[in-house]
Design a protein. Sequence first.
Length: 235
Amino acid sequence: MSLGKSLLNRSKDLLSGVVLISALAVQPFVFGASQTSIERGRIVYTSEGCAQCHSDEHRKGPDLSEVGNRRSELWLRMHLYSPDEVSGSSIMPSYANLFRTEKGNDLVAYLATLRATGRQLSGSDEQAWHLSAETIAAGRAAQGQALYNRYCSTCHSANGRTRLRWQSEFIESPAVFRAGVMQSQPTATDHVARIIKFGIPDSDMAGHENMPDTDIASLLAWLMEKPALRHPIDP
């Protein structure tokens, strides 16, 4: 065989290898018929690059290692559809397109299994947490109204977008709140503050674990505001 033909054959072999590798790179994950929804969801988590924002090395979003302890499957689904609607100023893009197939439900199934032990607060830890008297006194109802509009109204106003979209799927329909709705229940301050921070177990009410205590105090001030002090425009 001449040198020219030998080089030509080697070039063809090399080109075939490149094409094969490229094809594998474009389709790195193949779902098997025997895989469970959770197993497929783990593949979706990897293929969609979720770890790029949610791993310890590249943290931009919250830690998801125990998200199954803190969020219901419906909440996870709602958030994947409309992150900025469900989580206020979230910069996460929507993954509603995943629900055109079973990929979305598979991803939810996988996320619901993430229940790292030894990191979440226990019930006694949550009960021990409370706002100081100084923090409560510093709460501002006007700021509370802005926070409610940003983080809460999508579920807790009568015409909230998330409430209307998912109303038939909530474990329990979210309560409708307005300014001063709890002003007759001043002793409920600690209880309501814990719900805002930690959510309600076995429900779709998620906590706001990273919300500053001063903001929680402002939400309380708005919820317990006396009629004479209310602002002209309430949600």
